[in-house]
Design a binder for this molecule. Structure first.
Ligand SMILES: NC(=O)c1ccc[n+]([C@@H]2O[C@H](COP(=O)([O-])OP(=O)(O)OC[C@H]3O[C@@H](n4cnc5c(N)ncnc54)[C@H](O)[C@@H]3O)[C@@H](O)[C@H]2O)c1
Ligand SMILES: N[C@H](CO)Cc1c[nH]c[nH+]1
Ligand SMILES: [Zn+2]
Length: 433
């Protein structure tokens, strides 16, 4: 774990290094992803089946085997223990009711001359949701991706999820059944993104691809953007905990490790001004590893990318949080509402010592697909707004066309665009007519 202290003269340099999560990524990844995307675009199902065999160890007798039939999801749902099913259903219900608040309506207004202006909002027709499945299965991510799409009114939701060595996670399938997914394909990585973007004989092309994934998924999403919409480029998961010492060290250790266990390149950062509290949390983290199923992943993440930053005071803590712009920010402090005015950049803010990130990851209701890598400076959690598009409406009255036509004509002539000028001018009644 990296130890930083804002009073250290090297702080700026060390802080910069902490941020650079993609500095050591293999540049060959981009080359490989480009080849995969091109192959799926050009050779469709044949390439998709080859990559699914190579990267996930899944051999298919025909392209039809890439799709997981609805009967399998229904069986998975019915096979869950009643308590497991109730947990998924309650999480789904809470996520749905939270996202219903994000619905927005179109609007119009009428000007004095009768011209009507407005905006229409319509759901996207077909979206692809990428559910990660390489190192762990994420039924919660099925709910977080599919439910806002459903609330937005998307007509068709196509889900892809890799199934390494053919292991289909029943929770993932059950979540698809609960969340209103329409079709599920057992494909992952860059090849799944390419299939959704370009379509193959089996996988329909979609309008937008959403959902988190590893570097292959993120790189492929970046490449197909423009051909289709994407939600964001989500990098490895992150948590930043700021503590005034009011939470037990052990609670905060679990919070930090809850992100470290996702991925070797996930990042957990702890900030406080209280030296004794910092040491207690560091010791609590060290003592916790042996109790983790995914200890090797968490150890590596904490060792390489984890950090403890000692600050002088609360103002410095807020300034650093804003510079990091974390995916998740836990304000493990008393009166967290007093801090909000000083925090501007964070994907999700967990307020007070009882609001741990795990609640938000699964069941609180807000979305867990969040901007990472500092992109919370300019982007937002996945939401219903990601599954709609807006069209402007212009319904000019004759009087409006006559008045605005004169302005448009003048501006068009200024740009040297004669057809534009004539188009506007021909709607201006001639004097005396
Ligand atoms: N932000 C969120 O909401 C959220 C939620 C869950 C998970 N995550 C993150 O998503 C990521 C999931 O990663 P993952 O790997 O477990 O699953 P993944 O589904 O993103 O990736 C698995 C796929 O990667 C491809 N792949 C693996 N090695 C490859 C190689 N050498 N060459 C080409 N392709 C290769 C394979 O096609 C495989 O199917 C983690 O970083 C996790 O932290 C984020
Ligand atoms: N913390 C992840 C988002 O960064 C979401 C997740 C899914 N399951 C557990 N956690
Ligand atoms: Zn998590």
């Amino acid at each position: 774990m990296n130890r930083l202290d804002t009073s250290d003269p090297d702080f700026a340099q060390q802080f910069h290094a902490l941020h650079d999560w993609d500095a050591n990524l293999d540049p060959q990844i981009e080359v490989r992803v480009r080849d995969i995307v091109a192959a799926v675009r050009d050779r469709g199902d044949a390439a998709l089946r080859e990559y699914t065999e190579r990267f996930d160890g899944v051999t298919t007798a025909s392209a039809a085997d890439l799709e997981i039939p609805r009967s399998a999801w229904d069986a998975a749902l019915h096979g869950l223990e009643p308590t497991q099913r109730a947990a998924l259903e309650e999480a789904a219900q809470r996520i749905r009711s939270y996202h219903e608040h994000q619905r927005s309506e179109g609007w119009t207004f009428t000007e004095a001359d009768g011209t009507v202006l407005g905006q229409r909002i319509l759901p996207l027709a077909r979206v692809g949701i990428y559910v990660p499945g390489g190192k762990a299965a994420y039924p919660s991510s099925v709910l977080m991706n599919a439910i806002p799409a459903h609330v937005a009114g998307v007509k068709e939701i196509i889900m892809t999820v890799p199934t390494p060595q053919g292991q289909v996670n029943p929770w993932v399938l059950a979540a698809a059944a609960i969340a209103g997914v329409d079709r599920v394909f057992c494909i992952g990585g860059a090849q799944a993104v390419a299939a959704l973007a370009y379509g193959t004989e089996s996988v329909p092309a979609v309008d937008k691809i959403v959902g988190p994934g590893n570097i292959y998924v993120a790189t492929a999403k970046r490449m197909v953007f423009g051909r289709v919409g994407i939600d964001m480029i989500a990098g490895p998961s992150e948590i930043l905990v700021i503590s005034d010492g009011s939470a037990p060290a052990e609670w905060l250790a679990w919070d930090l490790l809850s992100q470290a266990e996702h991925d070797e390149i996930a990042q957990s950062i702890f900030i406080s001004w209280d030296n004794a509290h910092i040491e207690s949390v560091v010791n609590a983290v060290d003592a916790a590893f042996d109790r983790l199923d995914r200890a090797p992943i968490a150890r590596k993440s904490w060792a390489d990318r984890g950090a403890v930053i000692r600050v002088r005071d609360r103002a410095e803590a807020c300034a650093i949080a804003d510079r990091i712009a974390p995916e998740h920010l836990e304000l493990a402090v008393q009166n967290p509402e007093d801090w909000l005015a000083d925090i501007h950049n964070a994907g999700a803010i967990f307020m007070g010592i009882h609001s741990c990130e795990a609640l938000g990851d699964y069941v609180a209701g807000p979305n867990h697909v969040l901007p990472t890598g500092g992109s919370a400076r300019f982007s937002s959690p996945l939401g219903v707004y990601d599954f709609v598009k807006r069209s402007s409406l212009i319904h000019s009255s004759p009087a409006g066309a006559a008045r605005l036509g004169q302005i448009a004509e003048r501006l068009a002539l200024g740009e040297g665009l004669t057809a534009h000028a004539r188009s506007a001018a021909c709607r201006i009644p001639k004097a005396g007519s």
